[in-house]
Design a protein around this ligand. Structure first.
Ligand code: MN
Length: 422
């Protein structure tokens, strides 16, 4: 696990002024990675660090010897990148890159002209998915979400008997991962509202979002070689926001910014504290480091803006606020369990936590829970009601970390708007 070091110093400021705005998600202490496309006639792809409202082009800095990194330099001749090219390097290599970027962008550095040539404005680029993802696994790690959903469908037995022993997951579709801002077309599915008749194939009626945290595999493991709990975090590159649109396989939206595990070091917290009558995790999922620091204190917010709200210039409306520290399983436990049978994880694989809900009603991370399967509709500031998503609705997810004595950092936004079915 990463230590807190001089790159987390809350007093650090950048000569990129927008990074010093107290409300920015991207101060110099954060520096998330991104993959972006720049230019219209002959667009080029780049990998960068986000700083304020700018992107520092890593390829350009290495090529001009503003940054030195042997491991990464050998990839620098390839302009068409994803983060897969570098994410498999040891944590030390990536830490070194972060230190150099902090040095270049710090206000103490007066040698700025050459660096400024490698800065792009966020508004001038198009973001791509940061990784080429081969496999996507979605877990179900919020005990509050699992209990709520379970009690709607199985009132007598809401939580499955294995829930407290195993981080449950399903294998999602990597092919339908899209980057924030991509429109989502309402899917079709079978619907049987009349038990006397066969089902009909119609546009989905109960379309929902799921507020989740995603994390990317950095270094993979050999097939047949499990990952020890104590090693788990060495295989996790960083996190993003995930909106897993139901029903499960047609669209998963991710934010384009990958906040590294090192940037998150000040926001680690203990793993979920289990009730005294709950079982402790089995040995392979139990480790002192994980127990004390395996959790993540990341606030997650979901907003909705309907078409009517957009037309009437009404700001997006907050639907819920939850926190990843309420997850029953840590991301390290998810990863270790995933590989425990010898499954070989690969650089760029995406894992998501499942809907992050808390104990309270305003902490429920999907409409299924918030409206209790549509029985308790929500009021929007436009006077509209919502049971599930309507055409034209835009869901906006945000994430941020705050802790006394440290600079606030954010995960940016993850947006998706619903288009009518064909
Ligand atoms: Mn999900």
């Amino acid at each position: 696990m990463y230590e807190i070091n001089e790159t987390h110093d809350p007093n650090l400021k950048s000569w990129v002024e927008s990074a010093n705005d107290p409300s920015t998600d991207f101060p110099i202490q954060n520096l998330p990675f991104c993959v972006y496309e720049f230019g219209d006639t002959e667009p080029v792809l780049g990998i960068g660090f986000i700083i304020g409202d700018k992107i520092l082009d890593i390829y350009g800095c290495i090529n001009d010897e503003l940054m030195q990194n042997e491991a990464i330099a050998q990839f620098a001749s390839f302009r068409f990148w994803t983060l897969n090219a570098i994410a498999g390097f040891a944590p030390g290599v990536l830490s070194d890159l972060r230190r150099q970027a902090v040095y270049l962008l710090s206000e103490k550095n007066k040698d700025r002209v050459a660096i400024a040539e490698h800065l792009y404005s966020i508004s001038d680029v198009r973001f791509e998915a940061a990784f080429k993802t081969g496999d996507y696994t979605d877990f179900y790690c919020s005990i509050y979400h699992a209990t709520n959903v379970g009690s709607m469908f199985r009132p007598d037995n809401p939580l499955m008997p294995n829930y407290k022993y195993i981080p449950i997951g399903y294998h999602g579709r990597a092919s339908s991962i899209v980057v924030s801002g991509t429109d989502i077309k309402r899917p079709h599915g079978q619907n049987r509202s009349d038990a006397e008749k066969p089902p009909v194939f119609i546009p989905c009626k109960n379309l929902d979002y799921e507020m989740e945290l995603g994390f990317f595999v950095g270094k993979g493991n050999e097939m047949g070689q499990p990952i020890l709990m104590s090693e788990a975090e060495n295989h996790i590159f960083g996190v993003c926001l995930v909106n897993d649109f139901l029903a499960k396989n047609f669209a998963t939206t991710i934010s384009p910014y990958v906040v590294t595990m090192e940037a998150l070091a000040p926001f680690r917290t203990k793993a979920f504290e289990r009730d005294t009558d709950d079982p402790q995790p089995l040995g392979y999922l139990n480790d002192e480091g994980n127990k004390n620091f395996g959790g993540l204190d990341i606030n997650l917010e979901v907003y909705i803006q309907s078409e009517k709200m957009r037309n009437e210039n009404i700001e997006p409306h907050l639907l819920s606020r939850s926190n990843t520290k309420d997850l029953y399983w840590t991301i390290g436990q998810m990863l270790t369990h995933h590989a425990s049978g010898g499954c070989n994880l690969q650089t760029g694989d995406l894992m998501a936590t499942g809907t992050v809900s808390g104990k309270e009603k305003h902490e429920r991370g999907c409409l299924l829970e918030l409206t209790w399967r549509g029985t308790e509709p929500l009021e929007l500031p436009s006077g509209e009601q919502r049971r599930f998503l309507e055409d034209g609705d835009e869901i906006i997810m945000k994430g941020f970390c705050e802790r006394e004595g440290f600079r606030r950092i954010g995960l940016g936004e993850c947006r998706g708007r619903i288009l009518p079915a064909d």
